[in-house]
Ligand binder design. Structure first.
Ligand code: GLY
Length: 355
């Protein structure tokens, strides 16, 4: 199943559950000085969770463009780190809670996407007996496939704002993808148990000092990385091998006249170029310009990093506008505005690359 189809199936499924489907918000936060860039599906909706603003509907679902730079050095070296990615999410602002969010997530994965039930595992927050019971009694997940995990993995927050304990759904990709350790299981750092969906029970508001205040109402915030679920459904070893990224790698292979999949060093450079190429295109498309501060600096740094990895592949000429064309080619169905902005995006890239 192609990335575009997964996105539209998710949104259609959630529409069927009463959600208002909104287009992705801009990567540039609106009225939120606490954030440099949007890094999660829930980020544009913080004020709906806290009750400071009234949502157009109490159920919303989106596929949200996200940029995160916290793990920059890992990008290209692992199967799943990205600066730019898309997050599928359904949100309840004081409306439904665990008893709906959990069965819907299960229904979408097993019935709509057809994932095998016996390969799915779930985690719940240490003392969340309510979520445990729903998974166990209502859904019928066997006890040996439900694990209780602590705050480091099963409490979701991103800076100040709405947050809460969460329940995650994992897929077992098989022992051949694992580390082989006797203690390997859900929560292990290796690639065997892949977290595919995070269901957050948003009950608190965290302030800048780290204090947690209960929110007036209980909410749901879920996050499922589109590239990741695409890698599972397409049966490929990494997000970079999905139809959402592979064509961008192919463009870089073509420019550098190298082949993907032969040498680790070359592959890392190709993946960095593909990843950063996507971030650059979507950031410029959302109005960010290269500069020496704030989000403009994030863009400048990613663009220059992409150029440096191009140099490592032996590319001596400006090349990023060709990468941008591949990114727009992949994104045109989900983000038709990219096609309209393509000329502008390429101009900004060309000017900065020249500098
Ligand atoms: N907001 C939930 C997540 O990003 O996993």
């Amino acid at each position: 199943m192609k990335g575009d189809e997964i996105r539209s199936r998710f949104l259609k499924f959630m529409e069927g559950k009463g959600h208002l489907i909104l287009p992705s918000a801009s990567l540039v936060p609106q009225d939120d000085p606490s954030l440099l860039l949007i890094g999660a599906g829930m980020a544009p909706f913080k004020r709906y969770f806290t009750g400071q603003a009234k949502p157009p509907r109490h159920r919303i679902a989106t596929s949200q463009k996200c940029v995160r730079t916290g793990d920059l050095e890992n990008v290209g070296r692992t199967a799943r780190h990205h600066t730019f990615f898309e997050m599928l999410g359904n949100f309840s602002f004081g409306d439904y809670f665990k008893s709906e969010a959990i069965p819907w997530a299960w229904e979408f994965l097993t019935e709509e996407l057809g994932l095998p039930r016996e390969k799915l595992w779930v985690s719940v927050y240490t003392d969340d007996d309510e979520a445990y019971e729903i998974w166990s009694k209502e859904i019928g997940v066997p006890a040996e496939h439900i694990v209780r995990l602590g705050k480091d993995t099963n409490f979701w927050e991103i800076g100040p704002g709405p947050c809460g304990p969460c329940s995650e759904i994992y897929i077992d990709l098989g022992p051949e993808r694992g580390c082989g350790s006797a203690t390997c299981g859900v929560g292990c750092d290796c690639d065997r148990y892949l977290e595919i969906w995070n269901l957050v029970f948003t009950q608190f508001d965290r302030d800048a000092e780290g204090n947690y205040t209960p929110l007036p109402k209980k909410n749901i915030d879920t996050g499922m990385g589109l590239e990741r679920i695409a890698s599972v459904l397409q049966g490929v070893p990494s997000n970079f091998d999905t139809d959402l990224l592979r064509p961008v790698i192919a463009a870089a292979e073509n420019i550098a006249q190298v082949e993907y999949g032969r040498q680790t060093k070359t592959d890392v450079a190709l993946k960095v170029i593909a990843d950063h190429g996507r971030a650059i295109v979507y950031l410029i498309g959302d109005g960010v310009l290269p500069s020496n501060e704030g989000r403009g600096y994030v863009l400048r740094r990613l663009l220059r990093r992409a150029v440096r990895f191009g140099r490592l592949l032996g590319i001596a000429e400006p090349f990023l506008t060709r990468i941008a064309e591949a990114v727009v080619g992949v994104g045109r169905i989900g983000y038709p505005d990219l096609v309209e902005k393509e000329g502008y995006i390429k101009e900004v890239i060309a000017r900065e690359e020249e500098r």
